[in-house]
Structures are given as C-alpha cells and as structure tokens.
Design a protein around this ligand. Structure first.
Ligand code: MN
Length: 285
C-alpha cells in the first residue's frame, strides 16, 4: 500500500499574466520527484468583477510537453499559431500537445470578461518521452459531456475519468504514456479506496473541502504525494471535497527546462529559444 512521501501546503499565490491567480504546487525545478508530471498550477476560486479588457496571458510558446487545462468554474479562451481558437468552460478539459512547438495565448472568454464571476481551474504540464518531444502539435478539446462520470462504491461520491481508467471506466484523453487523471467529488463521511498503479508517481490535489489520508488532514490548495508502491489508498472526506488525482508512469529521462520549454539537454533548450525567436514555432495571427 502506498505511503505518503510528502505533503505540500502553504504554497504562496502568484499571478500568471493578469488573469490567473495560481499556486504552483510543484514544478520541474524539483527534479524527477513528480516524473512524468512537470508542473501543476492550482487556481482556487477567485472572483473577477466585470471588465472591459480581457484578462489573461498573451503570446508565449511551449515545446517538449503537454499542457492540460481543467476548468471547474468560469470560462477561458485560447488562440494559437495554427489559427485554432476555442473556449473551455466548466467541466471541460483542453489537452494540448505542444511537442515541437506551439505559440498561443490564454485569456478569460469575452463572456466571462463582460459578466465577471468565479474562476477555478488547474493547469497541469505532462512531460513527453524524448522520442516524441519534436512530434507534431495537436489538441484534444474534451468537453464535459465526453468525460464519463459514475458513482463510487459505498456512496463515497462521484468520479469523472479524464484520462486512463478507474474501476473499469476509461477516460477520453489520449496520452503518450500511461497516465490517470481522476476528478473526484467525495461525500463525507464515506471512504474511497483508490487503486494506485504500482510504479506510478501518484498525487492528490484538494480542490475544495477537506480530506483525510493516512491520518493526515488536507484542505483546499494542498497536495499529497504518494510513494510508487501502488495498491489501495483510502481517502476520506470530512467535508464535501473535490479532489484531483494524478498517476503516471515515470519517463526516467533527463529533464532540462527553462520557462516554457522542457527538453532533455541544454543544447535542445538553446535550439528551442532560437526556433521561437526566429518564428519557426509560428506566430499568433
Ligand atoms: Mn501556455
């Protein structure tokens, strides 16, 4: 049975552009601890007043990994160098494979800007194997209705499977390596036993409410990292809780990152910077 390796609490908030008040619960700067995951920005519920100008983050590149944006409340809009644009609303997931390079912008949607409201979201960065880092970019726009949801045993709440599999239910996201992304809404005081995969890095982020794992209480914006033993982990909610659980098979390859580029060598980072500057990753139109 997996034991707790680390509890992450009290992470200070910072702003990404003027639209995203986030806590980076981990990042690739910490080495291979979270392999194959590179970064997780948790944006807890934050109220935005109606505005005249769109808030967010302007043109910037990515290379070498995937960005996964999960929206719980509010609505986002993205546009990229391939000319594609779209919105991501409550329950939706955008799984973007930046791979060889994407230049994009991420803003609140027009509607959300005008109406204001609460924004709650997560952005996760998933590493790509060395052999796929320069493959073609692609998007998976996964809307709420495509994500299977079901009741957990013993009235412990409900689960949505975004990627991988939980209790025989498969999620829609296609991934390069074995990854599970489970979005759980837990009902107190029941306990859910999560079947963590032996060998996988596994972590649970509390989105809202309070949970108890191995006698440790965790509140919103806090995270627990498990060891790679696998097996059932009991999670109890002591107040209605929303929990994002990630598991993934480690790539065990060198990670060299700088800002929005995560590659395997310093030389590849230099190439990425040059390719972006010379327009080889495209431009926003
Ligand atoms: Mn981005």
């Amino acid at each position: 049975m997996s034991a707790i390796l680390r509890v992450v609490r009290n992470v200070p908030q910072h702003w990404v552009g003027d639209g995203f008040p986030v806590r980076s619960l981990f990042s690739y700067q910490e080495g291979s601890t979270f392999d194959p995951f590179l970064l997780l920005d948790y944006a807890g519920p934050h109220r935005f007043e109606p505005a005249q100008a769109k808030r967010g983050v302007g043109e910037h590149p990515h290379r070498g990994f995937e960005t996964v944006t999960i929206v719980y409340q509010g609505e986002l809009e993205h546009g990229d160098s391939s000319g594609s644009r779209g919105t991501i609303g409550p329950g939706d997931v955008q799984w973007m494979t930046a791979a060889s390079g994407v230049v994009h912008e991420e803003f609140h949607s027009e509607q959300f800007m005008r109406d204001g409201g609460i924004l709650e979201m997560v952005q996760l960065w998933v590493n790509l194997p060395a052999k796929d880092k320069l493959s073609s970019p692609k998007y998976q726009s996964i809307v709420d209705a495509q994500i299977p949801g079901f009741s957990l045993p013993d009235g412990a709440g409900t689960a949505r499977v975004i990627a991988g599999e939980l209790l025989g239910v498969r999620g829609p996201a296609s991934t390069f390596t074995p990854i599970n992304v489970w979005d759980l809404a837990l009902t107190p005081p029941q306990t859910v036993n999560l079947p963590l995969v032996p060998g996988h890095t596994a972590l649970a982020v509390v989105q809202s409410g309070t949970i108890e794992v191995e006698k440790t209480l965790l509140n919103a914006g806090e995270m627990v990292l498990f060891d790679r033993t696998g097996g059932p982990v009991a999670i109890q909610s002591s107040a209605a809780a929303r929990v994002l659980v990630l598991t993934g098979e480690p790539l065990q390859e060198p990670v060299v990152g700088q800002g929005p580029f995560v590659m395997n060598t310093r030389e590849q980072i230099r190439e990425a910077i040059l390719d972006y500057q010379s327009g080889k990753m495209g431009r926003l139109t």
